[in-house]
Write a protein that binds this ligand. Sequence first.
Ligand SMILES: [Fe+2]
Ligand SMILES: [Fe+2]
Length: 140
Amino acid sequence: MTERPADPPLLVWKDQFATGMPGVDHEHRQLIELINSLYSKIGARCSGDLTREFLGEIYARISAHFALEEKVMREARYDEYAAHKADHEALLDRLRDIMDEAAEDESYCCCEDLGADLEQWFSIHFRTHDPRLHARLGDH
Ligand SMILES: [Fe+2]
Ligand SMILES: [Fe+2]
């Protein structure tokens, strides 16, 4: 199986993703790089199965990132924990919906809307919830 370079990548880092905190931005950049590298393996062979495999891997990585933030918030009894966690859940729900659609349709291809959805979610979450959290609780 040949791997095709991510061309174009699913996500491109944008200034509006930046929280201004180097450690946090580094972690978010790594998340985007991982998503692009998994996406590049799909290449032109998009299918329901490949979509589910791809989404399953990014779901695991994204939920691990969220779990870490949520642990920090719980330990600090962070005042906006519920709203922040709800925004995390909204993205995970969206990813699960896509996996469900892919399970029902072998010709399903995830990626047309997924890039736009992720970009929109990152643009808002990385500019609102995450900077507030890390400004209060530090650069985790
Ligand atoms: Fe977050
Ligand atoms: Fe984050």
